[in-house]
Each structure stands twice: as structure tokens, then as C-alpha cells.
Design a binder for this molecule. Structure first.
Ligand code: PCA
Length: 326
């Protein structure tokens, strides 16, 4: 018995020595948005930082544009270990846990400063929710403020009736329902085609996404509403995380902190730049009119109440913690 154990140990030690040069792990990292999008650029920098920082122990390859997994499938792929790590808009998963929609509640946090505070208020409960799904959170970066895209001038909610509306999560689908539009879920990677073919004629999104997808080829108006600022999250499979050495974990955490900072900085820079880009493309870019704003605020209140009901006491605690910060 003892002899066998010694033999086994020796074999294991030998295998470790022999295989150590090949021990480098290769991690595929799926992302939903185009390679030129600022989230994807931030993710690619993060990947490089980890690869360099771990001395090549962990080599991360990013796959933007939904090329490895489509946006809607990325979270499950990480959870089930099909890939070790991925980046995803968590508000797309409110069906699993209403708390994932905290960053898409209308008019709760409408500036970068408030978005930061809301994120700090949400972090503990979000980490806990993700932990139950075998996921560990690495960093989160906001999108610029959300505004409305149309193919015609809009002055009231009544003008929006019957318009085909591209949605990207439950909140945007609900917004369409409440404004009499017809929602259809479409990934950002596919919106240029959807607008060109008339499958969709409108959406709520950032200037960044409209700019990335050159929507001026099909749409004419962008109304700045500053409705909310959803986030993309870098998540890692918790088993993979537990199996990572402390030294490499430290590197990953450091790279994640840099990514969150750099990504947020880019989001801020990109806000004005992309609105100017939409104008240069020929679009009318302006704040929503007073009437439209008042109507949106009323709709926002309904949506806030909906979300609080769905998110229960965790949602209320999050909102209370956020309000205390202001
Ligand atoms: N762009 C993403 C989500 C929020 C945003 O600004 C999208 O439209 O899919």
C-alpha cells in the first residue's frame, strides 16, 4: 500500500515536471459586441494584462461580436464551464433574478457619478446572486446614457404607437409595451441589418451603439433621454476561479481594477464623441422635448414600481443604500 502510494506520488511528480512547460492555460473569452466597441477594447486589454501579468500561465483570447457565443448564451456558457470566462450585459437575465435589472431602472441613476454610486450599492447583492450561480464577478463598466432612436420626429408617446422596437432586455421590452410599440429582441451585433430590412425601426440605446452600428444609414433621430446606464460585467466560472493560484488571482484582480477604471473613462469620452458621430452621419441629435420627457417620467415610475415589486426586499435595500449615498 505504502509502496503504491510512493510510486503514485513519484509518477505524479514526474508528470508535473514533464508537463510544466505545457501547463499554460488557454482561456477563451466570449463577448457580444463588435471588436471596435469600447467594452470589447477594454476586454481585450484586460486579456492582454492577464496574459502578460501571469507570465503566460494564463493566456486569454477574446472573441467579440458574439462569434463564439451570442450575447444571450454567454452567461450560461461561463456558468456551465463551456468557457472559463466571459463578458455580458446582466440585465439581459432578469428572468433569472430581478436584481440583475438594477442598472436598467428608468431615471434612478442617470449620470456617470450616480451610476458609480448605484454600482457600489449593488455590488454585494449582485456578487451574492452570482455566487449562487457558480459565477465570480471581476469588473463592470457602464454604457453611456440611454436615449431613443427613431426614423421620424417624435413629440409624444402617441407618436410612437405601432413602431417596431428593438429591445435588448426585459426593461426595454416593457418600455415598448408601455409606449404602444412592438418589441423584438435583437442582439446589437445584428441591428444594422434589422434596421436596414425594416425588422426594427426604433430602439433605446447609447450613442455608442448607434455609432458602432452606423444606424444613420437607416434612422434619422436620436433623442437624449438619459434613461439609465446599463453595465457589462466580466464574469468567471467560480470553479475556475477557485482553481487559480493566489499569485494569478492577484494579477487578475489587478487587471480587473484597471479595466473597470479604463472602461469607465472610455464610456465617458465616448458619450460626446459618438453623439457627434451620429450628427456627422446626418442624424438629428437633441434632448427629448418637454412633453415627451414628462410622459417618459410617468412611464419610468411605473417601471420602477414593477422592478421593486419583482426584486423584493433586496431591490428596496439596494435603492435605499443608493439614495443614502446621494
Ligand atoms: N448598448 C447595448 C446595451 C446598452 C447600450 O448602450 C445594446 O444596445 O445592446
Amino acid at each position: 500500500m505504502k509502496k503504491n502510494a510512493t510510486k503514485w506520488l513519484m509518477a505524479a511528480a514526474l508528470a508535473a515536471t514533464v508537463s510544466s512547460p505545457a501547463m499554460a492555460e488557454k482561456w477563451d473569452l466570449p463577448m457580444a459586441y463588435s471588436g471596435s466597441n469600447f467594452h470589447s477594447v477594454t476586454g481585450a486589454e484586460f486579456a492582454k494584462c492577464v496574459t502578460t501579468g501571469t507570465g503566460g500561465d494564463i493566456e486569454i483570447t477574446t472573441h467579440p461580436s458574439g462569434s463564439l457565443f451570442k450575447g444571450a448564451d454567454i452567461k450560461r456558457a461561463v456558468q456551465t464551464g463551456q468557457v472559463p470566462i466571459g463578458e455580458r450585459l446582466l440585465s439581459g437575465h432578469q428572468n433569472e433574478a430581478a436584481i440583475f435589472g438594477f442598472d436598467s431602472v428608468p431615471f434612478l441613476a442617470t449620470s456617470f457619478d450616480q451610476s458609480d454610486k448605484l454600482w457600489n450599492a449593488a455590488k454585494p447583492i449582485l456578487e451574492e446572486t452570482l455566487a449562487k450561480q457558480n459565477l465570480t464577478l471581476l469588473y463592470a463598466v457602464p454604457w453611456p446614457p440611454q436615449g431613443l432612436y427613431f426614423k421620424k420626429e417624435i413629440n409624444s408617446v402617441a407618436d410612437m404607437k405601432g413602431i417596431k422596437f428593438r429591445s435588448y432586455n426585459n426593461t426595454t421590452t416593457r418600455f415598448a409595451e408601455l409606449t404602444g410599440m412592438l418589441p423584438v429582441v435583437i442582439e446589437a451585433a445584428e441591428i444594422s441589418q434589422a434596421f436596414a430590412t425594416g425588422v426594427a425601426e426604433s430602439m433605446i440605446s447609447s450613442g455608442a451603439t448607434g455609432y458602432d452600428r452606423k444606424v444613420w444609414e437607416s434612422l434619422t433621430h436620436f433623442y437624449e433621454v438619459d434613461a439609465w446606464m446599463p453595465r457589462n460585467y466580466m464574469i468567471i466560472n467560480s470553479d475556475v476561479w477557485k482553481g487559480t493560484s493566489q499569485a494569478n488571482k492577484n494579477v487578475i484582480k489587478g487587471c480587473a481594477e484597471i479595466a473597470e477604471y479604463a472602461g469607465t473613462w472610455r464610456a465617458k469620452e465616448y458619450t460626446g464623441f459618438t453623439l457627434a458621430g451620429l450628427r456627422a452621419g446626418g442624424m438629428t441629435v437633441e434632448p427629448a422635448g418637454a412633453n415627451l420627457k414628462t410622459e417618459f417620467e410617468a412611464i419610468g415610475e411605473v417601471m420602477m414600481a414593477d422592478w421593486l415589486k419583482a426584486a423584493g426586499k433586496d431591490g428596496q435595500a439596494l435603492v435605499d443604500a443608493f439614495r443614502k449615498m446621494n
